[in-house]
Design a protein around this ligand. Sequence first.
Ligand code: ADP
Ligand code: MG
Length: 223
Amino acid sequence: MLKAENLHKVYQDGKINLEAIKGINLEIKKGEILCIIGPSGAGKSTLLHLLGGLDTPSKGKVFLEGKDLYHISEEQRARIRNRTIGFVFQFYHLLPDFSALENVILPAVIDSSSFLKAKDKALRLLKLVGLGARLGHKPAQLSGGEQQRVAIARTLINDPQIIFCDEPTGNLDSERGKEIVELLGNLNREGNKTLVMVSHDEKIAKMAHRIVHIRDGRLKEVK
Ligand code: ADP
Ligand code: MG
């Protein structure tokens, strides 16, 4: 489903070149749950962004379902990102001035779905994540766990095949974290979503089919 070949990422910080990713090869199968662990600054988020089409590698390739993500137009990549790839972040990244329902509808409207169809689906997804009674709440009126549920519903609106999660429970207490992990596990088992997660959460490591360790921009298989 996803294949990275000899990925490199160099950040230019003034006159200094920082090599954040140093030649990573990785293959992810459809339906797999992959967990990426490693110390702070190891390159976890950079790798996730490169795999998910959010950043450009300095060298190397990423193939998603056989398509070379970084050798197509920006427009084609945005289309693939919107229709195939989902992202869930540690700090939710919801739009503060919009309600839960509006946050979930928005990506579908950007992808030019009909508004009524998108609204219908957003309502269904918010019910699925247990927020049927919080539709009109803005992010500031929701708990962290609830905001992450909205973010998950938002990522599901365009039916992604693969969901990248960057420390999805990193900002939640253990009970709220457990609920999010269960929700993600269900999306894998019942929704057949491929999950690629950066996390230090034991519950996520336990659920993962495979764990890789990243250190100083290089990967090592662990489980
Ligand atoms: P992790 O998610 O594992 O904590 P990151 O992928 O965020 O690590 O960062 C890896 C390295 O790249 C770090 O040294 C970080 O400072 C650097 N880095 C990340 N993003 C940028 C950027 N936009 N510009 C310059 N350096 C960056
Ligand atoms: Mg990070």
